[in-house]
Design a protein around this ligand. Structure first.
Ligand SMILES: *Cc1c(COP(=O)(O)O)cnc(C)c1O
Length: 454
């Protein structure tokens, strides 16, 4: 019998995060301010502590993971690498399928890998309080957990529709001591402006980001935390790929293709960057891996967006970042994978995609849930809708292998479980889920509003 689950010892939790910036062919394009000039570090210090900014701008290849962070990681890490043999049989494929399961964290996804690091780095920098935003609640719950671990109060601006529709995510945050507010609120100017125009406004991630950033800038001792996109967040997630490398080595296997869902890009980066690092260092096996970022057909940032400077939020509040974007005012259709409804992508992933070191594919919603249910019935774990995107693309490849007879080794990152997304599964079972056509016109319209740079 092939080994089903590869478990590492607690002592094998990585001691350093891997920083891909050290191995890029070209230096990353800097974030720009409203004047078109690179943003000065002191402006960023109003939002993030020095400890985080240092990592954000670092070009060091290896960055030590503080012992205090490793100790909290040990509550659920190393996460298992599993062989999906029952799924292979169900598909009747000669391919081997492996997945790394990040749903074992207390919050149920990969997001605490960075939340814990960010809470710790804020704590040692003297931050008294953290603010953030959350859409579906995955990031808010991870930061509440992390704040609780280090004694830092956390306030979360939660998009009002989600606040009303996802009471259990909200209660999870409250259980860990997080203070959850339905955004827009009347506590910030950004929120009051929106409510003055439209008292019934249901909120959006863009508005919630504006509220959280405004509060961080105007409140001494309070800093902002972001759950994806930025370099330091991707850095923290590399524990996933570093562990996966050791686990593959233990069983004498190696991936030919790696898949991960891609919203802001942090779990994709976490799983793949350590292998891309080996490729950059001349490892011939790593150079043969195909890295595939999987996104929804309704929000196809990499596959249909443009590579340009754009805002990170809807209201134009953040610095400009060079990234693949659908336009900051693009409103993706209301699909059931909140974590993938982002108009942009991480600048690092965008650069790697532009330089053709990684690939991307877009998959439709109904087929994604079909894959999620197949996986649950074969392997038992109910995947988050975001994770099901990677499962869809991986299953498609396994079925191609069946056609060609190629015994490829496939890997996907199972970024989280779907226990708080059962209403989305309910819609799928009731036949109420829709495949939104690629919204070409909405994207074209939005791309006309890209900020002019240079
Ligand atoms: C947030 C989230 C994602 C998407 O975010 P990335 O930054 O692209 O990783 C994917 N899967 C799960 C389970 C999430 O919670």
């Amino acid at each position: 019998m092939a080994q089903t689950r590869v478990i590492l010892d607690e002592s094998e939790i990585p001691t350093h995060w891997y920083n891909i910036v050290a191995d890029l062919k070209n230096p990353p394009a800097p974030p720009l301010g409203p004047d078109g000039q690179p943003v000065s570090p002191d402006k960023m210090l109003a939002i993030f502590p020095e400890t985080i900014l240092e990592q954000e701008m670092s070009a060091e290849r290896w960055i030590p993971i503080p012992e205090e962070v490793r100790k909290i990681y040990a509550l659920w890490r190393p996460s298992p690498l599993c062989r999906a043999e029952r799924l292979e049989k169900m598909l009747d494929t000669p391919a081997k399928i492996f997945y790394k399961y990040e749903g074992v964290s207390p919050a149920g996804s990969h997001k605490p890998n960075s939340a814990v690091a960010q809470a710790y780095l804020n704590k040692i920098a003297g931050t008294k309080r953290l603010v953030t935003e959350t859409g579906a609640g995955q990031w808010g719950s991870s930061l509440s957990l992390a704040g609780q671990m280090f004694g830092l109060p956390v306030r979360i601006f939660m998009v009002k529709v989600s606040y009303e529709q996802k009471p259990y995510r909200r209660l999870m945050m409250q259980t860990w001591g997080g203070e959850v507010l339905a955004s827009p609120t009347n506590l910030t100017k950004a929120g009051r402006d929106v409510l003055a125009r439209d008292p019934q406004n249901p909120g959006s991630l863009g508005i919630a980001i504006s509220e959280a950033v405004e509060e961080a800038v105007t409140t001494p001792g309070t800093k902002y935390a972001l759950g994806s996109v930025l370099n330091h967040v991707l850095l923290h997630q590399t524990v996933i790929g570093l562990e996966a490398k050791k686990q593959f080595e233990k069983i004498g296997e190696y991936p030919d293709m790696m898949f991960a869902p891609c919203g802001g890009g942090c779990n994709f980066a976490g799983a793949t960057f350590p292998f891309l690092g080996d490729a950059a260092a001349g490892d011939a096996r790593a150079q043969k891996i195909r890295f595939v970022a999987v996104e929804p057909a309704s929000c196809p940032t990499l596959t249909k967006g443009v590579y340009a400077y754009d805002y990170g939020d809807a209201s134009g509040y953040t610095p400009l970042m060079k990234m693949y974007t659908l336009g900051h005012d693009f409103m993706p259709p209301g699909i059931h994978a909140g974590g993938l409804r982002y108009h942009g992508d991480s600048p690092l992933i965008s650069q790697l995609y532009h330089e053709k070191l990684i690939e991307a594919v877009a998959v439709p919603q109904v087929a994604t849930f079909e894959a999620g249910v197949m996986f649950a019935r074969a392997e038992g774990i109910i995947p988050a809708p975001e994770s099901a995107h990677a499962i869809r693309a991986c299953i498609d490849e396994a079925l191609r292998c069946k056609q060609t007879g190629e015994p490829k080794t496939l890997f996907f990152n199972l970024s989280g479980h779907g226990h708080f997304d059962m209403s989305a599964y309910e819609s799928y079972f009731a036949g109420k889920l829709e495949d939104f056509e690629y919204p070409a016109e909405a994207i074209q319209e939005s791309l006309r509003h890209l900020p002019k740079v240079g």
